[in-house]
Design a protein around this ligand. Structure first.
Ligand SMILES: CC(=O)N[C@H]1[C@@H](OP(=O)(O)OP(=O)(O)OC[C@H]2O[C@@H](n3ccc(=O)[nH]c3=O)[C@H](O)[C@@H]2O)O[C@H](CO)[C@@H](O)[C@@H]1O
Ligand SMILES: C=C(OP(=O)(O)O)C(=O)O
Length: 434
């Protein structure tokens, strides 16, 4: 079992190169199944979810190899089955993308229910609705579900709410479907656009990605290409917030600034300043931070995946801040952990009410999901004394090399493997779950 030890660190200074997007990569790797030729994906982070996908791919006959350059070479020509290991496909959230892509290719998919971060309720009804409208039939079992389609036929699908996952999944299923599919009330997330771009490079005919109306004209087959995933806007945003939380100056490089617009504008509102260039942003955090109101929403609104590091930053702001998560109203597992460190936050009806400027003291805390991890690292940098964070496996699901990146900015942060010291492990586990 691994633990992260964080010490109060003073201002972070320096530059971080932002890796490829986790959420895009998960969709791109599934999209690759649709090709009849090998392809190369660049910028795929070497995270835990990627390694699980590589195992699933291996079992279905799709070769995935990470080259020394970091590029991922994929050969989907020998996929022999859509019947996937239920346990492995339940180990992360976005395994549902294999339903869209393999249904189009193999006609039948058997797969475990989606895992990933658990925010109480993460339904997939819109995925089911969209795929059914394209011609799929679902059968549900205790630990898995089976989806079958003799033929997928294009149609108009109206999503009841904006969902990036279901928009991407429907797109994956529709690219080889007969005729035209229209996705209405579609998500506009950069990850949707990234997936559409890759599919178009492979020979698909998708227009309108990035708007709420996507048109897909089915093609007979898709081929190989070389494609680079977009940078991770969520990791990028967390580093901007870390600059503010520690009064530091941090430059994030190799990013697409437009993807961070709502984040940067909110951080400006609370007093931070920025220098924006074509592919970098410098955040200046040595300022007084003002309390504010944040409401998360689907892109281009403030991302739900950024509300956790934002909460840590707002601990610095005197007065009362309110963060309302409109996307996942119960996504507040990190709050009890921050309160163990001295934060004064109450959660009520989908909102966190933060009484800022309370002194923070290090403690044993648990990261219950990937973004809670960055939130607690940032809080640990601000707190007096030592913060010990468990749940590192959640952080590893989404971040490749994040500890080194923080260290490169001057953060005092160590990773322990506590297998080596059972006594500390037992004490720390008990302390973290209290
Ligand atoms: C792997 C991945 O890309 N994960 C991201 C993706 O998750 P995920 O794809 O699961 O999230 P969605 O965009 O689909 O969800 C958006 C909203 O729609 C709801 N909904 C979604 C699907 C559905 O069938 N029914 C339904 O009600 C969800 O409960 C949520 O309120 O987008 C989330 C919202 O930006 C991010 O927090 C996750 O990091
Ligand atoms: C919620 C997240 O991931 P997933 O959807 O993979 O659980 C996340 O990346 O913050």
């Amino acid at each position: 079992m691994k633990w992260i030890e964080v010490q109060h660190s003073g201002p972070l200074f320096g530059t971080v190169c932002i890796p490829g997007s986790k959420n895009s990569s998960l969709a791109l790797l599934a999209a690759a199944c649709l090709s009849d030729e090998p392809l190369i994906l660049k910028g795929i982070p070497n995270i835990l979810d990627f390694r699980v996908i590589a195992e699933i791919a291996d079992e279905m006959g799709m070769k995935i190899e990470r080259k020394e350059s970091g590029d991922v070479w994929i050969d989907p020509q020998y996929i022999h089955t859509g019947l996937l290991n239920h346990c492995k496909t339940s180990a992360y959230r976005a395994s549902y993308y294999f339903v869209g892509s393999l249904l189009a290719k193999k006609g039948k998919v058997s797969i475990g229910y989606p895992g990933g971060d658990n925010f109480v309720s993460r339904p997939i009804d819109q995925h089911i609705k969209a795929l059914k409208q394209l011609g799929a039939k679902f059968t549900f079992f205790d630990d898995h579900y089976v989806v079958e389609a003799e033929k997928l036929v294009g149609t108009s699908i109206f999503f009841d709410m904006i969902t990036s996952g279901a928009t991407i999944n429907a797109m994956l299923a529709a690219v080889l479907a007969e005729g035209r599919t229209e996705l209405l009330n579609a998500a506009k997330d950069p990850e949707v656009v990234d997936t559409a771009n890759l599919l178009n490079y492979m020979g698909a005919r998708i227009t309108g990605a990035g708007t709420d109306k996507i048109k897909i004209d089915g093609v007979k087959q898709l081929g190989g290409c070389t494609y680079t995933a977009i940078p991770d806007r969520l990791i990028a945003g967390a580093f901007l917030m870390a600059a503010g939380a520690t009064r530091g100056t941090v430059t994030i490089e190799e990013i697409i600034p437009e993807h961070l617009q709502s984040c940067v504008l909110k951080l400006k509102e609370i007093g931070m300043s920025f220098e924006l260039k074509e592919s970098s942003i410098t955040a200046y955090g040595d300022v007084n931070i003002k309390a504010t109101r944040v409401r998360t929403g689907m892109y281009p609104a403030f991302a739900t995946d950024l509300q956790q590091p934002m909460t840590s930053l707002l601990l610095r702001a005197p007065g009362r801040s309110i963060i309302t998560d409109k996307v996942y109203p119960e996504r507040f597992n990190h709050i009890s952990q921050l309160n163990k460190m001295g934060a004064q936050i109450k959660v009520r009806n989908g909102s966190a009410f933060i009484q800022g400027a309370a002194p923070l003291q290090g403690n044993y805390v648990h990261a219950s999901d990937v973004r809670a991890g960055t939130c607690l690292i940032i809080a640990g940098l601000m707190a007096e004394g030592l913060t010990m964070i468990s749940g590192v496996e959640h952080i590893e699901r989404g971040y490749d090399n994040v500890m080194n990146q923080f260290r490169g900015l001057g953060a005092k942060l160590l990773v322990h493997d506590i297998e080596e010291d059972i006594e500390i492990a037992e004490y720390a586990t008990q302390a973290a779950v209290k």
